[in-house]
Design a protein around this ligand. Structure first.
Ligand SMILES: CC(C)(COP(=O)(O)OP(=O)(O)OC[C@H]1O[C@@H](n2cnc3c(N)ncnc32)[C@H](O)[C@@H]1OP(=O)(O)O)[C@@H](O)C(=O)NCCC(=O)NCCS
Length: 182
């Protein structure tokens, strides 16, 4: 599948949410990321980090992000980071295989924000050489399953952990837009 979304740097509206700006995140956004993750409740922290995480734990996780091994796109409204989609890879300089993670503030969910961020993250990933993306989530986290389904991911389940695999098009050269959600 090829992703050529080009929303980065543009101000858009999604459903009732106006004036959203999506852009790549950098180390300069550490504070916004920490604030965004710390606004999550216990359940969301568990689903995002696969463990119970305190505020200090979140700070440590974000401080430990290795920005040379990740791509992150964030959506801002009035300088508040509403949501983020991230791709991370294990080692080496070619991120051929990357893991996807995502989160959106509760009051901004279900208008497509995560799906939108994911497509821009995939596009950036493709440009960096990402060819395979995978995501894991706990069974019962239905929104993630819906999103992965709409991305035509190959889905599997092992006990209560769901997994999606998505292959990106190696011939991608930045052509026309494909809305993977349609
Ligand atoms: C997963 C998450 C990022 C989704 O964010 P979002 O911006 O609401 O996602 P979208 O609006 O793009 O899509 C949500 C989809 O889930 C569906 N959905 C929402 N709540 C649902 C529910 N309770 N049951 C089933 N489907 C649901 C929506 O209808 C939508 O699907 P559709 O587009 O086919 O209609 C957000 O729920 C979140 O931050 N969760 C906590 C962190 C997490 O679990 N991260 C994933 C693991 S890394």
């Amino acid at each position: 599948m090829t992703y050529t979304s080009d929303n980065l740097g543009k101000v858009i509206e999604l459903g009732p949410i106006t004036d959203i700006l999506a852009r790549p995140l950098t180390e300069l956004d550490l504070g916004s990321l920490i604030d965004h993750f710390q606004r999550m409740n216990e359940v969301d922290r568990y689903t995002r980090f696969f463990s119970a995480v305190s505020d200090d734990g979140i700070r440590n996780i974000v401080d430990g992000f290795d920005w040379s091994r990740m791509i992150a796109v964030g959506a801002f409204k009035n300088n508040l980071l509403l949501g983020v989609a991230e791709l991370g890879w294990e080692s080496g300089q070619t991120p051929a295989r990357s893991e996807l993670a995502m989160s959106v503030d509760r009051e901004y969910r279900n208008v497509g924000l995560a799906s939108w961020l994911i497509k821009d993250t995939f596009r950036m990933g493709q440009d960096r050489g990402v060819r395979e993306i995978y995501a894991s989530w706990l069974g019962g986290n239905d929104p993630v399953g819906r999103i992965m389904n709409r991305l035509n991911a190959r889905m599997s389940v092992d006990r209560s952990v769901c997994r999606a695999d998505i292959a990106l098009d190696p011939s991608f050269v930045g052509a026309t837009e494909l809305d993977a959600g349609s």
